[in-house]
Design a protein around this ligand. Structure first.
Ligand SMILES: [Zn+2]
Length: 67
């Protein structure tokens, strides 16, 4: 299970929560270093468009209404 990460917005996708969260690029660098030493699928970081990327592409206007 790889880790989808958007380096543009510094957001990581959590599989178990099915949600994006802010995640510092410095920590991703550490995970990549770990993966280099221990090539486990859990540590594999893959570049992916996050929810903000998709919101940017979509025609819908962003709403500030809290849920
Ligand atoms: Zn993004």
């Amino acid at each position: 299970m790889a880790l989808p990460y958007c380096s543009q917005h510094e957001r990581l996708f959590l599989q178990y929560q099915q949600a994006w969260m802010a995640f510092p690029a410095a920590l991703i660098t550490r995970i990549k270093t770990l993966y280099h030493r221990f090539p486990l699928p859990e540590f594999e970081v893959t570049e992916a468009p996050c929810d903000r990327c998709e919101a940017h592409e979509g025609p819908q206007e962003t709403s500030d209404t809290p849920q």
